[in-house]
Design a protein around this ligand. Structure first.
Ligand code: FAD
Length: 317
């Protein structure tokens, strides 16, 4: 089922969903599944699974010299999607990224997903490699998410990259990312909205936002999107604050501002256990307001631990 169909079938009722991150290579996948099991009570119709690019690491080669090799720290997105659907009877929404892939490699991954019966993909550019600082496409790969949206849209119309024969079309529902606090690479809010609108014009069916802690940022974002003629559903992405350190780490990784009241409440806490509680209370308030606004889905970034998401869901659904 397509994400947009879940939304329209809900008839205005807000849905619950989550994003999970593949474990570090070699770790037990069942631990991840066990950790999200309690969230199934809130009936997520779909679960997102992130995709991670390879990063260059230094290692000592057989000749004793240091060599740089690309290593994917968190592989397994496609396999995790298959297991998720089997174990929880939910739709899996794999993320598909431009970074580190040629167009042909991407086409192959999209066929894996299609053959698994996956109906949705969240199409992203991917972050820059840590060692590079700025995003660089792989030779033969896409530079912007909009190009990957076009590739998926073409596949949905039976158009492949180098096919000699006519092909059966795929039928992916396409999600893309939006940034209520502006994407860090964008020179201005105006150009960022322009690029977002372009992704929708090229075939994106819905938007999921970067996390935000101040609902006003989301409300302004939705208003501006509507003014730009973007009519697709805009799903708010949410992450409960869990530690004091996240105040600086999340702000710098995701380029967001924390509201003063939340910072103050967290800084007054004696321990991170108390910060976690503050994060839950803040999340509950945020969700209640978003529910009243009529958002289609409350979509949570679990980032490994999900007890706090369960506590929020328990209070708002
Ligand atoms: P784009 O839409 O391509 O935009 C990137 C930047 O380029 C923006 O500043 C945009 O304004 C600008 N731009 C776009 N088009 C043009 C153009 N034609 N000319 C000039 N500038 C242009 N990363 C992962 O690696 N794996 C994941 O699984 C993942 N999941 C995510 C899920 C969500 C909901 C979100 C919000 C982000 C996720 N990310 C993930 C992070 C994402 O890959 C980064 O934020 C990345 O830096 C941008 O991706 P994008 O798809 O928004 O890029």
């Amino acid at each position: 089922t397509k994400v947009t169909e879940f939304i329209s079938q809900a008839n205005g009722k807000t849905l619950f969903s989550i994003e999970i991150i593949p474990p570090v290579k070699g770790q037990n996948i069942n631990e991840l599944f066990d950790s999200i099991e309690p969230l199934m009570e809130y009936k997520p119709p779909f679960i997102d699974v992130t995709y991670h690019r390879e990063e260059l690491i230094d290692r000592v080669g057989t000749n004793g010299l240091i060599e740089r090799i690309p290593v994917r720290k968190r592989p397994g997105t496609v396999g995790i999607c298959a297991r998720l659907m089997e174990r929880f009877h939910v739709d899996a929404v794999p993320h598909v990224i431009c970074g580190g892939f040629t167009r042909e490699e991407t086409e192959d991954v999209l066929f894996d997903l299609h053959y698994l019966g996956i109906d949705n993909v969240l199409v992203l550019r991917g972050d820059p490699e840590k060692s590079a600082g700025v995003f660089q496409a792989k030779k033969g790969g896409h530079t912007y998410a909009s190009e990957l949206v076009t590739q998926v849209h073409n596949m949905n119309n039976g158009i492949l990259l180098n096919a000699e024969t006519e092909t059966a079309p795929t039928n992916f529902c396409i999600g893309v990312a939006g940034y209520p606090e502006k994407h860090f690479d964008a020179t201005s809010f105006d150009t960022d909205y322009e690029h977002l609108r372009r992704k929708v014009e090229l075939g994106a069916n819905y938007i999921v936002t970067q996390m935000f802690f101040d609902n006003q940022k989301y409300f302004s974002f939705v208003e501006r999107c509507r003014a730009e003629g973007i009519t697709v559903p805009i799903i708010p992405g949410l992450k409960p604050l869990a530690t004091k350190k996240q105040l600086s780490v999340l702000a710098s990784i995701f380029h967001l501002e924390f509201p003063e009241d939340l910072v103050k409440a967290a800084m007054q806490c004696a321990s991170d256990k108390d910060v976690r509680q503050v994060g839950i209370e803040w999340g509950v308030q945020q969700c209640r307001e978003l529910l009243a606004y009529g958002v289609p889905v409350l979509h949570f970034y679990t980032m490994g631990k999900s007890d706090n998401v369960a506590q929020i869901a328990k209070q708002v659904f």
